[in-house]
Design a protein around this ligand. Structure first.
Ligand SMILES: *Cc1c(COP(=O)(O)O)cnc(C)c1O
Length: 500
């Protein structure tokens, strides 16, 4: 296999300044923050419930993007000066506006601990899922709902309403809207994504009533990038069949291999066919900050909408993501709703930038603070260096396994590496690598996951970690080779039972 990103030469970047350099100093800052919070709560009655933001603070909150960091302590001093004195007011004992919670102190500590654990509550064994299940059982009991009922925590009731109505629609509609969409088989709006696209796009398509079958899966080339010729043929064929093509979804960093679709070509196709270009750049969009990767992402800035995460390659604790829409008026028109309790009263405190009307959730956690503090403390360049370092690490690992006898790499891009052990004398390569994965995951020395590419079970990893060092990469490579060579090949069939 050819190495796809020959331009991504290993440059030896090793900058770990995103981790505290002096843990004792960091501890003192942490203690100070807790002390300040407690003082704040204890004296809250002495302050106004709400007050206008002074002009000089407004000006400072428009400061240019900090490229170099000023350190955590100085960033925190800015927070104390410019942010914390002018809250929305709902922690105050005399705040009764709209419907807001008051911020239970123990919950604040819990949020700190949860951010510290920074575990994504997914389908993998860890106590965080067990805690959520237990809490859900308690809530059902507390509210007198049957224990057999199904439940999930969300980012707020807007998400909960969306989910509830999606289930209602699925249960009660006379057509299978999730799959078929609202439009019936003969004339439907159609969307296009490569067959390497992410499941969250399918979920969005289903929830919006387009229907899963309206999402056309376009074939990919040998590097798992969308094939623009097939794309154009599919768009034209749908139009001729009476459907209405509306949107192309480009991938910047597919979840399987980190592949980047040819975005300039997609943008050209969308312009000539009159389609919306949405880019799913969950982690890959941040590759823009690495100079070696940026040329690969050319065309990203032509997207009508760009979705990306900050809890992946900006290293921030869950959960925080972002969407950027080129046209502000269209964005708001698509999502805005209003109510008599929301109308703007000139001269009151209402703020013209209406963030809930640009998204789905109404009550929204102050997610922005973690990125604000992080960028001020480390500067954008701190993140560029971390991202660049991860790209180099992935390059080095890919090179290692592509040169190692009895190993095979698949095209992987940016920060994703896919490899497998494939000794020539073994037939059951997939089972062999599943056993290798089990040993790696349960061995406790490193953790990677897997994917299937062209029917092949691949060990897969995405390096979005500001703490990884070159030594970590080297130790992992050695561990893999040692484990692979010791794999008990005769007991393979039993070990892999039930897995495929
Ligand atoms: C993670 C991911 C998503 C979904 O983002 P979440 O933050 O998990 O909701 C979408 N697309 C890709 C390619 C992803 O990697």
């Amino acid at each position: 296999m050819t190495e796809p990103n020959v331009n991504l030469m290993y440059s030896g970047t090793t900058d770990h300044s995103l981790e505290p350099r002096d843990w004792e100093e960091f501890r003192r800052l942490g203690h100070q923050i807790i002390d300040d919070l407690v003082d704040d709560w204890r004296t809250i009655r002495e302050r106004p419930v709400w007050q206008r933001v002074p002009d000089e603070v407004k000006t400072r909150l428009r400061e240019p993007l900090p490229l170099e960091g000023q350190g955590a302590k100085a960033a925190y001093a800015d927070f104390l000066r410019d942010v914390s004195p002018y809250p929305r007011g709902n922690c105050h004992p005399r705040f009764w506006g709209w419907v807001s919670g008051s911020g239970l102190p123990i919950g604040v500590l819990a949020d700190l601990l949860a951010s510290g654990m920074n575990s994504s509550v997914g389908a993998f064994e860890s106590t965080v899922a067990m805690v959520e299940e237990q809490v859900l059982d308690w809530l059902k009991l507390a509210l007198g709902l049957p224990n057999e009922s199904s439940a999930v925590l969300t980012s707020g009731c807007s998400m909960s309403n969306l989910i509830g109505l999606a289930v209602a629609r699925h249960a009660k509609m006379w057509i299978d809207v999730k799959n078929e969409g609202m439009f019936g088989p003969h004339s439907r709006p159609t969307l296009y994504i490569s067959c390497e696209g992410h499941s969250s796009v399918q979920k969005a398509v289903e929830l919006l009533g387009f229907g899963n079958v309206s999402l056309r899966r376009v074939p990919v080339d040998d590097q798992f990038r969308i094939d623009p010729v097939s794309l154009l043929q599919m768009i034209r064929a749908d139009s001729e069949a009476g459907h209405t093509p509306v949107c192309v979804i480009g991938n910047v960093g597919t979840v399987g291999t980190g592949s980047v679709d040819p975005l300039d070509t997609l943008a050209d196709i969308c312009a000539s066919e009159g389609l919306w270009l949405h880019v799913d750049g969950a982690f890959g969009a941040l590759g823009w900050l690495d100079e070696k990767t940026r040329p690969l992402l050319s065309g990203m800035q032509r997207a009508d909408s760009l979705a990306f995460d900050l809890h992946k390659w900006m290293y921030l604790p869950f959960d925080i993501g972002c969407v950027i829409i080129r046209d502000r008026l269209t964005h708001k028109a698509a999502l805005a709703t209003t109510g008599p309790y929301w109308t703007h009263v000139p001269g009151s405190g209402s703020y013209p930038v209406d963030l809930p009307n640009l998204g789905i959730e109404l009550t929204r956690r102050f997610r922005a603070l973690k990125i604000w503090l992080a960028i001020k403390a480390h500067g954008l360049n701190g993140f560029s260096r971390g991202i660049s370092m991860n790209v180099d690490q992935a390059f080095r690992m890919r090179k290692y396994f592509s040169e190692m006898p009895d190993f095979e790499t698949m095209p992987g891009s940016i920060n994703v590496v896919c490899f497998r052990f494939c000794p020539p004398d073994t037939a059951e390569i997939n089972q062999l690598n599943q056993e290798l994965l089990r040993q790696l995951q349960t061995g406790g020395k490193s953790f990677v996951s897997h994917t299937w590419l062209n029917g092949r079970f691949m060990i897969r990893l995405a390096i979005t970690n500001h703490r990884t060092t070159q030594d970590d990469i080297d130790a992992f490579c050695e561990e893999v080779v040692a484990l692979a060579q010791a794999l008990p090949r005769r007991s393979l069939k039993r070990a892999a039972h039930g897995d495929q």
